[in-house]
Design a protein around this ligand. Structure first.
Ligand code: IPE
Ligand code: IPE
Ligand code: MG
Length: 251
């Protein structure tokens, strides 16, 4: 079939126009788990469990269609404000999914990285994070950044501090603190900026996600809650992205 690529994912088969432009780097704010559970009369944590399962489905799907970098927002620097039971249920889920990521994603040639200050998590989680990154570091497929205890402001502050320390030691001059130097100290150093950020759940805000990197990202907000967000919803967002005209300040 000339001009058409066929994407096979599980039982789904789709014919897509080869002219469609895919984002190289896709960001997803996985939001709406709590409301999903509330609508069903379930505790918020039930929404997180279904949301975590959906994270795996969508990650695999992204890898199968050729997304090069996927960054998912799993836990923000502000999410510690939630009730202690919810935070501990989320940490329990992280442990479970990290164990599964070690088992599953690695067979799928996905390189897993963590962005955010993970030093605050319990030792067992930190070890799993290190092991997951180490085992997958030479994988050649999609790069998956999992944002955990991540905040855009925290990330930029950290980069500023690193550069200030280098300047203080005389390793760099103040005029060498350029946009490239700052980008080079972010967790995403060396990766392209996100082209598209999708926020399910209908909230129309950034919530401290990839503040620096998203300077020219396209945003798509959709009303579907994250646990209900299907590969078809992603396809719809990708179709919309493909029609956007990006100008980066030019004409
Ligand atoms: C996103 O879903 C998951 C995390 C922030 C960890 P929420 O828990 O924010 O769900 P809503 O927004 O309350 O529905
Ligand atoms: C953003 O969602 C963080 C994650 C999805 C991990 P929040 O639910 O924390 O954002 P706000 O509080 O609605 O802005
Ligand atoms: Mg939310």
């Amino acid at each position: 079939m000339q001009g058409v690529v066929t994407v096979i994912f599980g039982k789904q088969e789709k014919a897509r126009d080869s002219k469609r432009v895919l984002p190289r780097h896709l960001g997803i704010i996985m939001d709406g788990n709590g409301r999903w559970a509330k609508k069903r009369g379930l505790p918020r944590t039930a929404g997180h469990t279904v949301g975590a399962a959906n994270f795996k489905t969508i990650t695999r799907y992204c890898a199968s269609i050729g997304i090069e970098y996927l960054t998912v927002y799993a836990f923000s620097t502000e999410n510690w404000k939630r009730p202690a039971e919810e935070v501990s249920a989320l940490i329990k889920l992280f442990r479970q999914y990290l164990e599964e990521a070690l088992r599953d994603f690695l067979d799928e040639n996905i390189k897993v990285r963590f962005i955010g200050d993970t030093s605050v998590f319990p030792g067992e989680i930190r070890e799993l994070i290190q092991e997951t990154e180490k085992v997958s570091q030479n994988r050649t497929g999609m790069v998956l950044n999992i944002a955990m205890n991540y905040g855009g402001r925290d990330e930029i502050t950290r980069a500023a501090r690193i550069l200030a320390e280098k300047a203080l030691k005389g390793e760099i001059k103040p005029e060498e603190i350029t946009e490239e130097a700052i980008a080079g100290e972010l967790y995403t150093a060396g990766q392209p900026d996100p082209d598209l950020i999708i926020r399910p759940s209908g909230e129309q805000r950034v919530s401290n996600f990839l503040l620096w990197q998203s300077a020219y990202a396209e945003y798509i907000i959709c009303d579907i809650l994250w646990p209900d967000f299907k590969p078809q919803d992603l396809e719809n967002a990708l179709d919309e992205f493909s029609k956007r005209q990006r100008r980066f300040g030019g004409v």
